[in-house]
Design a protein around this ligand. Sequence first.
Ligand code: FAS
Ligand code: PHB
Length: 390
Amino acid sequence: MRTQVAIIGAGPSGLLLGQLLYKAGIDNIIFERQSADYVLGRIRAGILEEVTVALLNEAGVGERVQRDGVVHHSIELVFAGARHPIDVHGLTAGKVVTAYGQTELTRDLMEARAAAGLTTIYEAGNVVPQGFDGEQPFVTWTIDGATHRMDCDFIAGCDGFHGVSRATVKDRVREFERVYPFGWLGVLSDTPPVSPHAIVYGNSERGFSLCSMRSLTRSRYYVQCPLDDKVEDWSDARFWDELRRRLDPALAEAIVTGPSIEKSIAPLRSFVAEPMRFGRMFLAGDAAHIVPPTGAKGLNLAATDVKYLSTALISYFKDSTNEGIDSYSGKCLSRIWKAERFSWWLTSLMHRFPDTAGFGQRMQDAELDYLVHSRAASTVLAENYVGLPL
Ligand code: FAS
Ligand code: PHB
């Protein structure tokens, strides 16, 4: 069997790449180790940059996000018991972010792929990228005990942080990592968001909190929690009470509580693997980098990796030029490191660290005060939050 591009992973990176290549007439097959339902069951990102929404439109799957996505012109910072709006739209000459769950984005891409009759091999066991240092790469996988082989021209490792692609070249990557000494406890509830027109980031003496949404009837909230906490340690009542304690009184009062329909604890890390190209294999998305979700960059970075990679592969196949594939890694990493910096900075500013005390706390307080009272400082936050230009 043969295809032009073998994609490992049917998360947002793999599915978006498959769709953009298909739209350009480039044959591709996706190998996913989980079932489609399992992939859809993961609750993750929720905030899309304009660049990402534009890519969904380019891929022909922008209809629902245009209809159901909740556009935000501002974010709010809550600290010292007060709320401070940041007019992201005004500070960036009109840019916005859109609240639209990764689950829905993944569903849109899955449905478009199925409608186009494209092949995704779900529950593919032991997927292994091979031969990518030569001219004839291929992927092997097992299903029902039988091993299969797919020859291809290129392999895209879109298989996330725990995938096989980066693991296959682990002796050839340079890894950069920072693990944070806390996690995020996230709750999804079918309740109206407390702040339908702004994503609210809180820094209180009890720790970080975040008020977000998936729609005007479905909210997404987070509180910083110790890394050794377990989801079962957190009843709904305890979560709502803790969230309220971390917000200003008016916002706390306005929270509409309800049963959690999803509750999970995610660890936070900053991570980059360099380079992102190995002969005829490319890494994209979480396979190559992870950011703490504070800056809402993870999914958006994956989307721009895919934009660069799809453009490079299309120019290879259509124009017989290697320029795009040769510059892919450097181009991605330049953008990735700026998003890593922003995500690390906002995480450092908005969370309480074990050693955040005394001088360190005064530094946080001073930076927050400066951030919300200086147009220049607010502009730096705003332009990174909406996403730097491609
Ligand atoms: P993904 O991890 O989404 O997808 C990789 C796919 O590859 C998966 O379907 C996996 O099953 C498959 N795979 C793995 N190994 C394989 C193998 N050996 N063979 C075949 N398939 C294999 N980002 C934000 O912007 N905001 C957030 O709030 C946020 N919250 C997150 C919470 C959690 C718990 C996690 C893990 C991530 C979160 N992220 C968030 C980041 C997240 O949204 C990612 O950026 C996004 O899923 C990246 O998409 P992919 O690169 O496709 O990787
Ligand atoms: C979310 O809605 O899940 C979300 C919003 C903003 C973030 C991270 C996650 O910074």
